[in-house]
Design a binder for this molecule. Structure first.
Ligand SMILES: *[C@@H]1O[C@H](CO)[C@@H](O)[C@H](O)[C@H]1NC(C)=O
Length: 570
């Protein structure tokens, strides 16, 4: 990708001894290592512990303290198993995920991750795991009973036992892992008991960090986040709470969860392409401007998370293969990434294989100035008042880049920006839902969708009776039979801004919408509202950027970035 130039201005430099205060959750942006970028889901106990030992040896002194096993540690690694396969997971009699004994031999005999956590603690680090939303499809299909952790027996209420099928919400399957997991109904005592049985077990294993996936961004499940947050507060061991991924997250949406968690992703997945890195600049600027960096979080603080650092020795997204290739970013691009992550105070989770950590990656990860900024700076902001010989971007009077157009996005229903939808009749039996026209350009057509009551087969009509009574499908006016859905059926990388994909109409909570009296249009899957948002440059935003921050002794840090593919003088 493009040439990149970075200049630094340090008014003062200070010692980089990292004093991480105890007592408060995530008082500084958390730091560590995560297995996803180098192993996808395939990591074994041996590989994990090798990486953990090297983190302890080389990175711990620089504040990297969490080692996290990413997704599907319960999936047997055999022919036919992949990211969205069904039927390969190891579950216990209560429908809870347990580590695949083939890959995690120390878990045999019901020990779960206890031995791995103990080894991690012995070398001075903290242990994290990735978990998905709700309950697995496999537990649902097996209709396992629910454990009541207060009695150690099956959960009973209203004179009967409760099972997985009572609490799983099938039409709220994780949009990008449809066969894997679904939400649980937290309004039911049994649904809450199931979540308690999971998180109590993680605490018993010695887990210090939970990365909760498919509950945020377009996949928002605020009920589950709220309840898990409450459970974590009541446990006898501190567990840091992290949300992922963050496709389509707005500051308004983040405000609803930031107090419940310690970190939350604000973009789709970040991989080692310049487009992915560049896609983080606008969103970081918006979150810093909204004062979300280091806001009040769960028993401490919370941090907008720009995702792991895919540097060094890696694998590919969704792969069944371990690390086998080098990071594709140039060194300048890697410096730009690390610098933005530092200036925006993002959690720093290294994703490369520690066993092949090269010198240049190591220097970048342990750069004392960047780590000082990442931990201890304040007033971190994008700084718009700069000029450059190559500065081609158009600015409005506030210094913001002028928008290129409107795109459909999702935001919190409390966000005033979400108001603007209204219904209008086209004919006796056809109604449209339209977005208010803001543009003065008369040639532009108003954005409208056809409204239709979801067609259910008679059997489905019985199953979902009452469920979708006030809900409607929204059809593309040019392409009837294609319904608007809120979530894509795969994890989106950060560079993909496209929202509101159309796909064949189904009775899927993703495609169900409700028009409120105040002009908001609410999606049944995520509980978020549709809004027509202005998109900044659609591809990699070009031009020159600067960030500024104040150090802990009052020194000022300034970072200049050139997102263009040609050299620029700033
Ligand atoms: C619009 O109405 C819904 C439903 O009553 C409410 O939850 C939401 O907060 C309201 N939003 C705004 C922006 O007024």
């Amino acid at each position: 990708m493009g040439a990149f130039s970075l200049s630094w201005l340090f008014l003062t430099l200070f010692s980089t001894l990292l004093l991480r205060s105890l007592g408060e959750h995530a008082s500084l942006p958390p730091r560590g290592w995560n297995s996803y970028d180098s192993f996808c889901w395939t990591i074994s106990e041996e590989e994990f512990l090798q990486n953990a030992e090297l983190v302890a040896k080389h990175l711990h002194a620089h504040g990297y303290e969490y080692v996290v096993v990413d997704y599907l540690w319960y999936r047997r690694k055999v022919d036919g198993a992949y990211v969205d396969s069904l039927g390969f997971d190891v579950i216990d009699e209560w429908g809870r995920m347990i580590p695949d004994p083939g890959r995690w031999p120390s878990s045999r005999g019901g020990k779960g991750f206890a031995e791995v956590a103990e080894k991690v603690h012995k070398i001075g680090l903290k242990f994290g795991i990735h978990v998905m939303r709700g309950i697995s499809t496999q537990a649902y299909n097996a209709n396992t009973p629910i454990l009541d952790i207060t009695t150690g027996k099956a959960y009973e209420e209203s004179g009967r036992k409760w099972y997985a099928k009572d609490i799983g919400i099938k039409e709220r399957a994780c949009a990008w892992m449809q066969h894997g997991f679904m939400s649980v109904n937290t309004k039911l005592g049994a649904g809450r008991a199931f979540l308690r049985s999971l998180y109590q077990q993680y605490a018993n294993w010695g887990v210090d960090f939970v990365k909760h996936d498919c509950v945020f961004g377009e996949d928002l499940d605020i009920d589950e986040i709220s309840y898990v947050s409450k459970v974590l507060t009541g446990l006898n061991r501190p567990i840091l709470y992290s949300l992922s991924p963050g496709t389509s997250v707005t500051p308004a949406m983040a405000r609803d969860v930031s107090g419940l968690v310690n970190m939350y992703r604000i973009t789709g997945d970040d991989w080692d392409t310049w487009e992915d890195v560049a896609a983080h600049f606008d969103i970081s600027r918006d979150f810093s401007a909204a004062n979300m960096i280091g806001a009040k979080g769960l028993l401490g603080k919370s941090w907008p998370d720009l995702d792991m650092l895919p540097l060094g020795w890696l694998t590919d997204p969704g792969s069944n293969e371990g690390p086998h290739r080098k990071c594709k970013l140039s060194l300048d691009e890697q410096k730009a990434q690390m610098t933005l992550w530092a200036m925006a105070k993002s959690p720093l989770m290294f994703g490369g294989d520690m066993r092949r950590l090269d010198d240049s990656t190591y220097s970048l990860l342990t750069n004392p100035t960047l780590l000082e900024i990442n931990s201890f700076s304040s007033n971190n902001r994008e700084f718009p008042y700069i000029s450059s010989s190559q500065c081609r971007r158009v600015k409005d009077p506030k210094g913001h880049i002028i928008s290129e157009g409107l795109t459909l996005g999702l935001t919190s229903c409390k966000d005033v920006e979400a108001r603007g939808w209204s219904a209008r009749a086209i004919s006796d039996d056809l109604e449209q839902v339209c977005w208010k026209e803001k543009s003065s350009n008369r040639h532009k057509e108003q954005f409208c969708l056809h409204k239709r009551t979801p067609l259910l087969s008679s059997e489905e009509g019985m199953t979902y009776k009452g469920h979708y009574d006030s809900k409607v499908h929204l059809l593309n006016t040019k392409m009837m039979e294609a319904c608007l859905g809120a979530s894509p059926n795969r994890k989106l990388p950060s560079r993909e801004f496209e929202r509101g994909s159309f796909s064949p109409c189904r009775r899927d909570a993703n495609q169900m919408w409700e028009l409120n009296h105040n002009g908001t249009l609410k999606n049944s899957y995520s509980g978020l509202c549709a809004s027509m948002m202005t998109v900044k440059a659609k591809s990699a935003p070009n031009g020159v950027r600067a960030w500024i921050a104040t150090g802990r002794k009052g020194e000022i840090y300034v970072a200049f970035f050139n997102l263009d593919s040609v050299k620029a003088e700033i």
